[in-house]
Design a protein around this ligand. Structure first.
Ligand code: FEO
Length: 165
């Protein structure tokens, strides 16, 4: 049976993963209508991964005798200054998610739920990959400076390294 406190934190993560998916769709919309179709594809693919993450949490909670809760999700921002600041926001958000996962692991350790702690390792590794792949894009954007974003937009999908199951 899932520890009640762990269950609460896992459910908090269900909501956070869903928010992540919505945030990236909102960013993809901005990119698409501003002519950055490659950036939009990257963000749509990222949103799909977040949806898979959310379902992973939902299924795990239910499997362990808990009950996943699907609540209201905050509205994500819809306007972004430019591509670089958009990706800086992605990185900031992923760092927040990494912190959130670490917090759940802390609760698992406190409550001696080593099964959930072990299960969460997937997300620890996933966050390392996600932060690294966004950082790679930001590094390229810094190289470009105020230059032309056409090539980055064209090639951005080849920079994807995440492989969530
Ligand atoms: Fe589901 Fe990007 O963390």
């Amino acid at each position: 049976m899932l520890n009640t406190k762990v269950e609460q934190f896992l459910n908090r993560q269900v909501e956070r993963e869903e928010y992540s998916a919505n945030l990236y769709i909102s960013m993809a919309v901005w990119a698409e209508v501003n002519g950055f179709s490659g950036v939009a594809d990257w963000l749509y693919a990222q949103a799909e991964e977040e949806r898979l993450h959310m379902l992973k949490f939902v299924k795990y909670i239910n499997e362990r005798g808990g009950r996943a809760l699907i609540g209201a999700v905050a509205q994500p921002p819809s306007d972004f200054k430019n591509v670089k600041s958009l990706f800086e926001e992605v990185l900031k958000h992923e760092q927040f998610i990494s912190q959130s996962i670490n917090e759940i692991i802390g609760v698992c350790i406190d409550e001696r739920d080593f099964t959930s702690q072990n299960w969460l390792q997937f997300f620890v590794n996933e966050q390392i990959e996600e932060e690294a792949s966004v950082q790679k894009i930001i590094d390229k954007l810094k190289l470009i400076g105020d230059g032309n974003l056409y090539m980055l937009d064209r090639d951005i999908m080849s920079l994807r390294t995440t492989t969530a199951q």
